[in-house]
Design a protein around this ligand. Structure first.
Ligand SMILES: [Zn+2]
Length: 286
């Protein structure tokens, strides 16, 4: 929301101890520059805190803390919260609107005016309702009965303002929730960095274990030991094979001896036959 500061001379400094409790809506019966001149003219005895242009601009003529001269005359009021015998200027904020009574407000006017109303209600804790957003005619229903006139729909203006309203209580609750969430995020970030550190330690340990495993599988001494055992086994096998050969030759030798023994025994048998024949011949008288 952009507010153009256009200070004017028609005002009273301060509020005599009062503070803004309501917002009074006016129609200017004129243009922005005309109102600005009028509020600087001491003979007009008139001013307002703000003015909304038909195009949605917002001019500020008098500071909120000071008293603008916009609704001083009370005549047959129709406002429940009017303070008797107290100048309404002291406890209200006046907002003028560019144009003439009966002219339908532009969308830009509704937009800017509702945004300003929302901002002021938030700042000064003014309830956003028809008792606190009033027309000038509710303070002076006689000579100001056409201010702001039929060009503005108060219900629409207030509803629009409500859509922009940010309840301070809700904002406080939201801020508290945000603080809790931020704390949780911080805790999670701390935990995460702790885990990252643990992860680094585990990585180092894992690398150490891998190195250890590698050193065991690659030990040259073990390989040499296995080679020696292998060589020993080969020698033993060779020895066994040689023994086998030797045994084979012994078996062959024994076999050939057995053969020759049986041949000689056959010869002996022949001799025995010859002997028996000769003996038989002798016996028959040869
Ligand atoms: Zn007015």
């Amino acid at each position: 929301m952009n507010i153009v500061w256009k200070p004017v001379r028609n005002k009273s400094n301060g509020r005599f101890g009062y503070k803004p409790e309501a917002i009074v809506i006016h129609i200017a019966e004129g243009w922005l520059n005309g109102a600005y001149s009028w509020f600087n003219n001491p003979s007009s005895q008139a001013s307002a805190h703000y003015m909304i242009g038909k195009n949605g601009v917002i001019w500020q003529f008098v500071a909120d803390e000071d008293t603008a001269w916009h609704a001083g005359g009370v005549n047959q009021p129709r406002w429940a919260l009017l303070k008797p015998r107290i100048n309404p200027n002291l406890y209200t904020i006046g907002i003028e609107h560019e144009g003439f009574t009966g002219e339908v407000w532009t969308d830009e006017m509704y937009e800017a005016s509702s945004e300003l109303i929302t901002s002021l209600c938030t700042k000064y804790k003014i309830p956003l309702d028809r008792n606190h957003i009033i027309g000038h005619n509710q303070i002076n229903s006689v000579s100001r009965d056409r201010c702001p006139g039929t060009g503005v729909n108060f219900d629409k203006l207030i509803e629009l303002a409500k859509t922009k309203y940010e309840d301070p209580v809700i904002i406080k609750e939201l801020n508290e929730k945000i603080a809790v969430l931020e704390k949780k995020v911080n805790e999670l970030e701390d935990a995460n960095s702790g885990l990252a550190k643990e992860n680094e330690i585990l990585k180092v340990k894992n690398q150490q274990l891998q190195n250890l495993v590698k050193s065991y599988t690659d030990t040259p001494a073990d390989v040499a030991g296995l080679k020696q055992e292998n060589a020993k086994l080969r020698t033993e096998i060779q020895n066994l094979q040689e023994n086998q050969k030797r045994l084979n030759s012994k078996i062959k030798a024994l076999e050939s001896r057995l053969d020759s023994d049986s041949e000689s025994r056959d010869n002996e048998d022949e001799d025995d036959e010859t002997f028996l024949e000769s003996l038989w011949g002798f016996i028959r008288g040869k």
